[in-house]
Write a protein that binds this ligand. Structure first.
Ligand code: ZN
Length: 167
């Protein structure tokens, strides 16, 4: 099977994104990117078979905002926290919890939100941690620069590992 996701490196080899196979092929056809790793199989084409990309590199360097400066998504937050409730470890009914509740002045920055299951979130409600003795297992922090990989592909393909090792 042709892998669904393609790892995108900047011209500087820094991993910057994961895109669809279709998007990667467009970049390659427009000569905006080159293939660094092929997927095991080719894409069947009408005129000719096209080698399926697995890792591509942009020809021109693009400026990328640091991940922590990008808008936070629920999925990126869950990926940062290993898809586990930061209060009880549950992996189901995940929600976004504000450590300092918004009603009490907390913001939605990376350092004030954690993954929480719905029951823990309801139990914590509008309380501060010390009021209910509920503390996140890990201190919330901005995610690693390559968290986008886990967001797009929770299982990292083997062929990507050496490009991500330098991230
Ligand atoms: Zn929980």
């Amino acid at each position: 099977m042709v892998p669904q996701h393609v790892l995108v490196l900047n011209a500087s080899y820094e991993p910057i994104n994961v895109c669809s196979m279709r998007r990667a092929v467009v970049l390659l056809l427009k000569e905006k990117a080159e293939i660094l790793e092929h997927a095991p199989r080719a894409i069947r084409g009408v005129v000719r078979d096209f080698p399926a990309p697995h890792v591509i590199r942009l020809v021109y360097r693009v400026k990328v905002p640091r991940y922590e400066a990008r808008r936070m998504s629920r999925r990126a937050l869950f990926a940062r926290d290993g898809f586990e409730c930061q209060y009880c470890g549950s992996r189901s009914k995940l929600t976004v919890d504000h450590v300092v509740p918004r009603s009490r002045g907390g913001d939605s920055s990376w350092v004030n939100v954690v993954t929480s299951c719905a029951p823990c979130n309801a139990r914590k409600g509008n309380s501060l941690c010390h009021e209910v003795q509920m503390y996140p297992r890990r201190k919330p922090r901005p995610p690693r620069a390559d968290v986008f990989v886990d967001v797009a592909a929770p299982r990292r393909p083997e062929a990507w590992s050496r490009y991500l090792a330098v991230a």
